[in-house]
Design a protein around this ligand. Sequence first.
Ligand code: GLA
Length: 721
Amino acid sequence: MRAQAVTPVQFNPQSRTFRIDASDMTYAFAINERNELQTIYWGRRIASGDPLSVSKAPVRGASFDTPASTTQQEYSGWGGGMYVEPALKITFPDGNRNLVLHYLSHVLSNGGLTVTLKDISQDVFVELNYTVDTATGILGRSAVIINRTKLPLTIEQAASASWNLPRGMDYTLRYLSGRWAAEDTMNEENVRPGKTVLESRRGSTGHQNNPWFAIERGSSDDEEAGQVWFGALSWSGSWSISVEQDQLRQVRVTGGFSTFDFAYRLDPGERLRTPIFYAGYSSNGIGGASRLLHRFEFTKILPHAPEPHLRPIVYDSWEATGFKVDESGQEELAAKAASIGVERFVMDDGWFGQRKDDHAALGDWYVNPEKFPNGLKPLIDKVHSLGMDFGLWVEPEMVNPDSDLYRKHPEWALNFPGMPRSEARNQLVLNLARKDVRDYLFHFLDDLLSKNDIAFLKWDYNRNWSEPGWDAVASDKQKEVYVKYVENLYGILEQLRSKYPHVEIESCSGGGGRVDLGILGYTDEVWPSDNTDPFDRLTIQDGFSYAYAPGVMMAWVTDSPNWVNNRSTSIEYRFLSSMQGSLGVGANLAEWTPADFAKAKEMIETYKHIRETVQRGSLYRLISPQHDSQYSVTESVSLDKKQAILFTFLHSSQKNYPFPRVFFRGLDPDKQYHLRPIGNATKEDAPEVASGRYWMNRGIDVTLRGDFQAAAFLLESEAPQ
Ligand code: GLA
């Protein structure tokens, strides 16, 4: 008899309960007596025979508490007395705004489940899709809203999912906030009655909040302890995630398209698909939660998942040359970059149109004939002859008013006709929701890639939207720009990737303004911040790592003093800071000393030896640099546990206090590991060889003293005797 495939999703027709078991997690919801879908469990995996059923309404009898509001629903319409954040809000043409979604049917599949809900009176259907990643227990949820009525309706709010947590008072919410050059600050606050909204109203993901959250039960100082529910939205347009604790202390997280300025006219027969909202559960603290997300990104999200390519060592010309790029200058930099072991040479802004500074030429994607009289070929050939591949900066979605493109097509920029158009960095945003704009973008990129041997695009996006008008369509369709723009962006990326499968892409938006699981489905890496100060980077990279893997986090070594804070640091400090992610170099190599070159060569060689562990391994944040910490320590352990690399940083010695002892984590207790100090680090009284058990329990003493000091240590196992 053939063994039956074990599906992670089960339906029990007696109790009308859906149950998902994956990895160390169980998630369950039921069809309740009113035919609503009600969450009944989300947490650590429980035994297969354990009873799961709909819990009784926590409060009965109060005339101010309607069941629609007090029931923890999987996906609720706004109607029937709903006072908390609904998932879906619709206005019908006759002014009716009541939407009550009840269970209709479901289909189980190998990878997940689709449940169809229907409004109690209108032919409005919602398909809820659930996908399950069995390795990490991360669920993906999205909704498809279908209009089978005879008239158009207006969707005013559409979330991907609501995630319900067990009732409680001791939750701590973590979220990331920031701004340009200061991304990914970690915030922690108690979840209290009321609502916290994380969002972007900017047309894209934004630097200000990242579409990621984690909620911890209690608040543990130990990253590896405690229960954590976490999630991330797969969308690169305006978005919102609300974290709400209701009057009964029930906590729900509802997220999807931004609820602000949203409207989508759904004609009869049409459907609207929301982005996917992923979420998971960890009983190993926030450290465990981020490792699950990292694994999930590698195996399920990135373009080459489950085996995304390791990041090559990049050189980028931006901080060295600014807009002053030309053939001979770039070739000189390329030769120097190759001499230290760089694998990919990227020419940044300045190579196209009449681009001299940021005032002109975005939109005119022809090679500047003064700077490159023979096109890009001589430079690309030179880069190849040096053993590197070639990458190029583009900013396809933008236009400078001073450009041929704008002079020809002023109507292509987002705008409200007759109203002022707010410029930022002297540029406007092209309305990519328009088909002609989409075609133009695809055509110029296709042309560029078909005529030049380009291995990599740094895809930039240097401002947010203003005046988001789309006057070419009917007024009740204009707000669809929020959805259609991003769908077209993803569409172009997908088309390019399938036509040029060898071309890799970086998502950059003035640093980390467009980092999310949506864009990571089409791009291989992201630029986390324009801030390349190696000390500031410690906190930015730390915050980043809660949601995203070091293997997509580009980190360049640049010059000292750094332009951001005028801070001076040693070249070794700069390398060690960047080696925690995907290493690159962005310094002006024309001014480097022979000693700089020698150190860079040594560090790049070391990085190549540890690259797979850093980029793909398990990350442990041993001491966080956040909240003005004097110290910062991270450790990465290879998946086979044969290699671990420890990075330690000291801000400033004070009163001669020694560095706290550092305890490794995640090693195999029974393996023997050899210790190797990296760069100038010294092992002091640490043994050369000891067991994983020793390194994790006895730890290592780091003797850093002074200001902006750093040291790294490598542990490598011997084959067992
Ligand atoms: C943005 C990017 C930088 C650089 C410049 C070029 O700011 O984040 O890395 O590419 O644009 O104009």
